[in-house]
Ligand binder design. Structure first.
Ligand SMILES: [Fe+2]
Ligand SMILES: [Fe+2]
Length: 258
């Protein structure tokens, strides 16, 4: 089976890329299963029920979030009912929503989960390594897919190597910058540090450049305005898995610019 993992979908520019190019990509590449990061889909910040439905309508099977999970208050109205929406597993106990979902596909049990890194993230979180160990001990599955939402490349790589052979696919999200390091780890896990972003190409990680440049030049606080014009990018990764032995057989980085 071929699985497509899509990097952070950012605001209107990102939604346009999903609307205009996901169908084509799905058909030409023969994709059967899609996981997408939706933490920035609503004006760059969080997700609404309507945008969650938009992603499901575009054949996305599971939506992951991140540090912006609760940035749009609408999420509190639907997160507990949204079956295929997950936020980081290692939020402290009592936080709404869930950190993983198990889906049956062609007699395979596929568990998709997300953890968030703790380096440079400013969110009080439980340990992502321990949270993952607990999950793997509790939930038995044929295939595990992890979205590691984090800033530090070292934390993501350490996580990948620690769980090499125990999780089939580990991909990073959050930085909005695609890395070129997709590879099989020694024990068979397919690892990539960051999927990148699906949104505007010429802004600063999705945001209008002028205000962000001003912030770096002056230190003054500025309002983040999502960039909606100009060139756009669709970032992700396609992973092919053998359904009989659950091994990754092939992969291809997706970086479409329109
Ligand atoms: Fe993001
Ligand atoms: Fe993020």
């Amino acid at each position: 089976m071929k699985i497509l993992l899509i990097g952070d979908i950012f605001s209107k520019a990102g939604r346009e890329m999903i609307e205009n190019h996901l169908g084509d990509l799905k058909n030409t590449k023969g994709i059967q299963f899609i996981v997408a990061n939706g933490e920035n889909i609503a004006h760059g910040n969080g997700i609404t029920n309507n945008y969650y439905k938009f992603l499901l309508e575009h054949h996305i099977n599971v939506v992951t979030l991140g540090n912006h999970s609760f940035a749009n208050h609408d999420i509190l109205n639907f997160i507990n009912e949204a079956k295929n929406l997950i936020r980081p597993l290692n939020y402290p106990k009592g936080v709404p929503g869930k950190g993983y979902v198990t889906i049956n596909y062609n007699n395979l049990k596929i568990t998709i989960f997300q953890v968030m890194g703790r380096t440079f993230m400013n969110t009080p979180l439980d340990c992502p390594f321990k949270a993952t160990e607990e999950l793997l001990a509790k939930v038995s599955s044929d295939i595990y897919i992890c979205d590691f939402h984090g800033e530090a490349t070292s934390e993501k790589i350490a996580f990948g190597l620690y769980f090499d052979g125990k999780i089939n696919i580990i991909v990073g999200t959050h930085t909005h910058v695609q890395t070129n390091d997709a590879h099989l780890l020694p024990n068979g896990t397919l690892y990539m540090t960051d999927l990148g972003m699906t949104g505007a190409l010429d802004g600063v990680i999705g945001v209008e450049k002028e205000t962000i440049i001003k912030k770096f030049l002056t230190g003054l606080p500025v309002k983040h305005i999502p960039m909606e014009t100009g060139r756009k990018q669709f970032n992700g990764l396609i992973v092919e898995i053998n359904e009989a032995n659950h091994k990754v057989t092939n992969f291809e980085i997706v970086n479409v610019v329109k």
